[in-house]
Design a protein around this ligand. Structure first.
Ligand code: ASP
Length: 581
């Protein structure tokens, strides 16, 4: 037997017991007469004491113990004279009477403690050691908890967990596919799924009614911070449902997860249309932990001789409450912020409502006191507030203002950690136009159903068609999204046509789905949550990487395995692949 207890388990009531523990040596402190050793496993840390004078043989061997050795020990639980209230096992210690080394360890490349001295790269390279650190283990444990609670909830509602294949044919979710060469069919390739979208729809045709899967998805996207080429979704689909059924079912899931994992009772999730979200926040995933809604100012800002405003499609402001004291330097910083190429504004205009009641703007030349009073009243300013104004093309300026709003939210500490605000964003546009390729693209994916009342716009005003598509945002992060699907073959064919597919192309790529729709497809819809992202949101951290046991770095590399890497000529030959670099 290796152990009678774990290293996180022993308490005062175990005093006097003879026990056995196994684990890793976290650290040793040798005081000559006594040697203290912290023994760690995934459950916690227990202090061992070696009486170095009582037993020479034991003492000699104990001196050899280094960090991260794996040992098994036997000893007696005693009360500590010097208790450590910070450790759950801090009331007791083990007087060791014997131990054996199960495995030796080289000195680890960084300290295996929460406050580690290891840099990011080194920790990624030795991820298995990083995973020994308590704070990293806690994240992985929380992920497992989110997974099991998701399963419990969905299973309780009669959802079936059904696996779908990983070696498939390309699914169009808007990203690039990873492809896998087939040895048996030379010159042919599988694709890894960007999501199980078409399979879950086929499962509805098969009559499974309520499907879910916690499933790996693969997208070969250009690397952006916090993207992983492979990530996990909670993927769900239901038959005989309308949007309302989906929203209620999955609002229930998120509430269940928050309650069971964080003991937080979430109130009903507010809802907002895409148009409203763009108008008020310039984002389809607004962070509603704080207000600072956009104030459209065309009616009061244009026509006063300030050509920058006069030439703009939209003049828009945000009221940063209690920020009138911002110094010249701070305002310059904000101006630099909006002018950065990633944001691309040409300038920033401000109005200070000083605490003495006076108004001071950066465009006093063009606007008199009455004008500025109008600005202040339209944006609900009170003395002490600061109005920040941008202008330009509507779409662009809204995006820029979204960035500025979030920046001000950070600066004014309005994006509180530990506070969670969920929001359904509804009625996404069905299509978006791509200037570069001169064609329409599905905003969500081509299986998304247009709103019935908008179908007639398919050829007259496609950009105006709204879809039965929805996203869930939590604290400004998109954690999930989905739609009601098209289940009618004719409408699906029309959609492909609108997206620029010829009949043959549509048949070649999606024939299997359109054919299936000829055999009795039920009305259906669903959604998928980004599982890693949901975990990160629950944990209050920005990076999804922390919640993945073996993540890739920001360049899509697994630095531990050193992958991707070249393969042997032999392998390439078998696959009929010639690499010419
Ligand atoms: N397959 C979609 C996605 O990955 C989700 C859905 O529509 O259910 O975004």
């Amino acid at each position: 037997m290796y152990r009678t207890h774990t290293c996180g388990e022993l308490r005062m009531e175990n005093i006097g017991q003879q026990i056995q523990l196994s684990g890793w040596v976290q650290k040793t402190r040798n005081f000559g007469e006594l040697l203290f050793l912290d023994l760690r496993d995934r459950y916690g840390v227990t202090q061992l004491v070696f009486n170095m004078e009582a037993n020479d043989f034991l003492a000699e061997r104990a001196k050899r113990l280094g960090r991260e050795f794996v040992i098994q020990c036997e000893g007696k639980v005693v009360e500590r004279s010097n208790k450590n209230p910070k450790m759950p096992t801090g009331d007791i210690e083990i007087i060791v009477n014997d131990f054996r080394i199960l495995s030796e360890s080289k000195t680890p490349p960084f300290t295996i403690e929460n406050d580690t001295d290891g840099g990011e790269d080194l920790r990624m390279q030795y991820r298995y050691l990083d995973l020994r650190r308590e704070e990293v283990q806690e994240k992985i444990k929380m992920r497992a908890k989110v997974s099991i609670e998701t399963r419990k909830y969905l299973d309780g509602l009669g959802f079936l967990d059904i696996e779908t294949p990983c070696l498939i044919k390309s699914t169009p979710e808007g990203a690039r596919d990873f492809i896998v060469p087939s040895r048996i069919s030379p010159g042919q390739f599988y694709a890894l799924p960007q999501s199980p979208q078409t399979f879950k729809q086929l499962l509805m045709v098969s009559g499974f009614d309520k499907y879910y899967q916690i499933v790996r998805c693969f997208r070969d996207e250009d690397l952006r911070a916090d993207r992983q080429p492979e990530f996990t979704q909670i993927d769900c689909e239901m038959s005989f449902v309308e949007q309302e059924d989906i929203l209620n079912t999955f609002e229930g899931l998120i509430k269940h997860v928050f309650k069971t994992v964080k003991n937080i009772d979430l109130p009903s999730f507010p809802r907002m249309t895409y148009d409203e979200a763009m108008q008020k926040y310039g984002s389809d995933k607004p962070d509603i932990r704080f207000g600072m809604e956009f104030v459209e100012m065309n009616d009061i800002a244009k026509g006063k001789g300030f050509s920058v405003f006069d030439n703009a499609e939209l003049v828009v402001g945000i009221n940063a409450e209690n920020a009138a004291e911002y110094t010249r330097k701070q305002l310059d910083e904000l101006t630099d912020f909006v002018k950065r190429p990633q944001i691309g504004a040409t300038g920033l205009i401000y109005l200070r409502y000083n605490t003495d009641g006076s108004l001071k703007s950066s465009v006093d030349k063009f606007f008199n006191e009455d004008d500025l009073k109008q600005w202040a009243s339209k944006s609900n300013m009170k003395p002490g507030d600061l109005l920040l104004v941008l202008c330009g093309k509507t779409d662009k300026v809204r995006k820029q203002m979204n960035e500025l709003r979030l920046e001000m939210g950070n600066r004014l500490d309005l994006r509180k950690k530990g506070e969670f605000k969920c929001l359904w964003v509804l009625d996404f546009p069905l299509l978006e136009y791509d200037e570069a390729s001169n064609r329409w693209f599905a905003m969500h994916h081509p299986f998304t159903s247009p709103k019935k009342e908008d179908i007639q716009l398919l050829y007259t005003d496609p950009g105006k068609i709204r879809a039965d598509a929805y996203d869930l945002a939590i604290n400004g992060v998109e954690v999930g999204g989905g739609s009601i699907r098209i289940h009618d073959k004719t409408l699906q064919a029309k959609m492909f046509e609108r997206l620029g597919f010829t009949d043959e192309e549509a048949q070649k790529q999606f024939g299997f789905l359109m054919n299936a729709f000829e055999f009795g497809a039920p009305p259906h819809g669903g959604l998928a949550f980004g599982f890693d992202r949901l975990c990160a949101v629950l944990g209050g951290v920005d990076s999804i990487r922390d919640y993945i046991a073996f993540p890739k770095n920001n360049s899509g590399r697994d630095v531990m395995l050193d992958s991707p890497s070249t393969v042997s000529d032999e392998q390439l030959k078998e696959l009929n692949i010639k690499v010419t670099l």
